[in-house]
Design a protein around this ligand. Sequence first.
Ligand SMILES: *Cc1c(COP(=O)(O)O)cnc(C)c1O
Length: 431
Amino acid sequence: MADSFTNEQWFERAKEVIPGGVNSPVRSFRSVGGTPYTVRSGHGSHVTDVEGRVYLDFVQSYGASLLGHAHPVVVDAVEVTVKNGSTFGAPTPGEVLLAEAIVERVEGLEQIRFVSSGTEAVMSAVRLARGFTGRDKIVKFDGCYHGHSDQLLVAGGSGVAELGLPGSAGVPGGAIADTWVAPYNEVPRLDDDVACVIVEPIAANMNLVQPKEGFLEGLRAECDRVGALLIFDEVITGFRVGPGGCADLLGVTPDLWCFGKVIGGGLPVGGFGGSKEILSYLAPQGPVYQGGTLSGNPLAMAAGKAVLDAVTPNDYVELTERAQNFARSFCGAIRKGGLWACVPAAGPLLGLYIAPPGSDFSAPSNYAESKAIAETGLYAPFFHAMLERGVALAPGSYEVMFVSMAHSDEELAMTIELAQDAAASVVTALA
Ligand SMILES: *Cc1c(COP(=O)(O)O)cnc(C)c1O
């Protein structure tokens, strides 16, 4: 019986047949140490591991889950859809309905094409930007994550808009020769050979880093000055920080948007969109090729549509308020427990910075500052102290916390209490 295996046993079996035992590196617990829990099921704000241990889950599939796990509207949508077949390689009504729902909600977005992951969405958006402008160079920001395509797996340099080094073995120098890396929150000066600037409008893959006043506006103006396209990678922020995403929340409109995570309701999905003028460059209308066997997959479309339908604009306001109140008390509790902490909030997205008692960091505004806090090494013991108490944070200090709509006030209050105790236990172990 599968369930008589422990987490340890499942992970050992996994390591035999799956590299590192995981299908995405962060899941391996490599950066916090220990053995990952293997999830058997998840409902609402909780996941249950194969040993029957229940965790209050702040990972929420790294943001793919907004309503919480196995929400009835999503389960129903997928059940109804799958009974009629899960993929056809032909147009389906479901993809039209989800595209309409997104176009309706995102001011300035006229068309969207669906793919199967955030990585694919970004990769395709960059190709489209290059095809549209007839230019090769792209600019990204140090610490922003845009999926694992070669051209964007680049390690940042120091200084302004430097040529980076490959961020992974297997990425040839040539693949990133046209990728320039700039520090987040500084507007780089562009040349007129730049096709696009891609940015996480709220950076949520280097822990949480908020855009400074004027940063996104500055990017918009600089792109306009040289005729480059501005791409917002809203794979995490889209339909999480608000019904219209960051562009709406922050008042800056990009030329292209990338989505993923929430819009698939927990199924594999991505999407990229913009104006009809730019999107007309895509095949079959235009010269930029892009396609996919499972693109616009009926199950993902149905799940995503069910989520968007279930969430009202007011739900976002409430979720944000609840998450931000939680952030303040959670941070206070960790500090009361004796550790240094900072829990910045952008909409309902929460950062979590932990450092030794008496540290005097401030909320990071770029990757270098985020890294300095991560390198104190105190996230890992705090993570484990919380996990022992039944609260699952992300197993890495560059991730953010996801408060879903399923997290109750009682659960958030309990988390705050546990956090003080967890922090105190870490401080005791330090002594
Ligand atoms: C998760 C993420 C991606 C990659 O999406 P995948 O579905 O994992 O390929 C790209 N950009 C951002 C901002 C993300 O958070």
